[in-house]
Write a protein that binds this ligand. Structure first.
Ligand code: FAD
Length: 465
């Protein structure tokens, strides 16, 4: 045993000593640099980590990684990959016009950092914080890698106004109800400077020189997607009209379309909040607080990705009928507003919030299909997919989450049409055959489904039927 171990060690040493690239680069004195690693902050305007990096003592090599741990499970025409590719191409072009460049790696972050180390003497790795479960695990591994190689690892708050446990109850416990959380958030905002972090003015700290080509979508096994991220709008006119318009999916410009941009950081949340502050009606601002509410829920209760926040809801006997699930996914339930929503999602990668609430409720309550199935389908399809918002809202719809819809509130898919799409503008856009005899028969009868849902939920929650 001992001997084998010894010989193993010497083999490793030999390999290390005989690594030609490392020796070569050591001999030629690798330039000292810091790395700034873009993740979900795909912009050059008001970027906290990048601005701090550029103000540091070493030139900054910007890096983006097309992460195979994520990409390998995406469909070839995934709209998010196309969007990221476009954003990264633009950032690379802009950095070039400033005299710098962007290193784009296809593989893993570990590989990218090790590769850069061959060329540069990396002093610090800087990035903006990401709070999703996969990102936390990845960043922990990168932090360890940095420690092993004597590289400083620094993270900054960028994608939220308040993170982690910055907004908690007076006793330090997390809020699990939105309204008091939002009040504390708004109070804290009064003393938050909403600092702007400039990037271009520090561009002199970008090292000159070429950092290699960008992998094409095709090279990575993808093709351009028909699902396009639409431009956002948080103008004063939008914000002022938002409350009156946001519930009507027939209006194509009734909401801000900020969600995918916030997801990938192609807009700064500080910039949005700065613009919204003078607006009298704060309804839109309050939606941004919902986003941070769910983010802090995920941070405090990471198990809610797979488990109900209220554990008794995991006793529900879901029916999980695969045929009904297919009908729901394909927009073939026979309920026009539900079908319109699912077809909008399948065709564009987006769905109006009002309709998301209905289709989620319909899946969990009318069809008694586990919210985790719906959550996973949305995660696959939504351009704005965000773990915290998706899980939080699905658990809200199922009744199992924080501050959730009570289990006995079951959206009626017919009266929802009267309330929110009376002229059927939205429905006709996605389900033109809705008034024709050939339109699908309802997959389930509403009244029966309602009673069945109440009985099933009550049984699980030990409520008297
Ligand atoms: P606007 O109405 O203009 O709102 C502005 C911003 O506020 C949004 O971009 C978003 O960042 C935030 N916001 C609004 N409503 C919510 C909400 N209920 N919860 C959290 N943040 C909110 N949003 C996502 O970003 N990613 C998701 O994966 C996601 N999954 C959802 C799943 C279900 C079942 C439901 C009911 C909602 C989900 N939402 C999700 C929330 C919401 O539907 C979208 O944020 C919104 O429709 C995006 O369109 P918009 O940018 O025009 O929104």
């Amino acid at each position: 045993m001992r001997q084998a171990k010894g010989s193993d060690d010497s083999h490793l040493n030999q390999e290390r000593n005989s690594e030609p690239l490392l020796n070569d680069s050591r001999q030629r004195q690798r330039p000292e640099v810091n790395i700034f690693w873009f993740r979900r902050d795909l912009r050059l305007k008001d970027n906290h980590g990048l601005s701090k990096a550029l103000r540091g003592s070493y030139p900054v090599v910007p890096l983006f990684v097309f992460d195979r741990n994520i990409l390998d499970s995406c469909a070839p025409d995934d709209g998010r990959v196309s969007f990221i590719h476009e954003q990264i191409s633009q950032i690379k072009e802009e950095l070039k016009s400033w005299g710098g460049d962007l290193k784009v790696h296809y593989g893993t972050a570990e590989q990218a950092i090790k590769e850069l180390q061959q060329e540069f003497d990396v002093k610090h790795l800087i990035c903006n914080r990401d709070y999703e479960p996969y990102a936390l695990t990845r960043d922990l591994a990168i932090k360890r890698l940095c420690e092993e190689h004597n590289i400083g690892f620094h993270q900054f708050k960028d994608q939220v106004i308040f993170e982690m446990d910055e907004i908690v109850k007076d006793d330090g416990k997390p809020y699990v109800v939105y309204t008091p959380y939002s009040k504390k958030w708004l109070k804290a905002l009064e003393t938050n400077p909403l600092t702007e972090y400039p990037v271009e003015k520090h561009k002199a700290n970008l090292p000159p020189g070429d950092l290699g080509a960008m992998p094409t979508l095709e090279y990575m096994g993808f093709k351009p997607s028909a699902h396009r991220v639409l431009p956002y709008d948080y103008s004063p006119v939008m914000a002022q009209n938002y409350q009156g318009q946001r519930n009507f999916p027939g209006l194509t410009k009734g909401t801000s379309k900020l969600s995918p941009h916030l997801r990938f950081g192609s807009v700064s949340v500080r910039q949005i909040v700065r613009a919204l502050l003078p607006i009298e009606d704060i309804t839109l601002l309050k939606e941004l607080i919902w986003r941070e509410f769910f983010m802090q829920i995920l941070w405090h209760f990471p198990h809610t990705v797979t488990k109900s926040f209220k554990p008794q809801y995991d006793r529900i006997s879901w029916r999980n009928d695969p045929k009904e699930f297919e009908a729901w996914k394909n927009g073939q339930t026979g309920y026009p507003l539900v079908d319109a929503g699912m077809r909008e999602l399948n065709t564009t990668g987006y769905m109006h919030n009002r309709v998301r609430m209905l289709v989620a409720s319909f899946l969990c309550k009318h069809l008694l299909i586990d919210w985790r199935w719906g959550e996973a389908y949305f995660a696959e399809k939504l351009l704005d997919y965000e773990c915290s918002s998706n899980v939080g809202n699905w658990q809200w719809a199922a009744g199992s989450g924080v501050d959730a819809a009570p289990y006995f509130r079951i959206f009626n898919p017919m009266t929802q049409v009267d309330k929110f799409d009376k002229q059927k503008t939205y429905i006709k856009r996605w389900v033109p055959e809705c008034d024709l005899p050939r339109y699908t028969k309802p997959v389930v009868e509403h009244k029966m489904a309602r009673t069945r849902c109440l009985e099933t939920y009550k049984a699980a929650l030990n409520e008297v039927v």
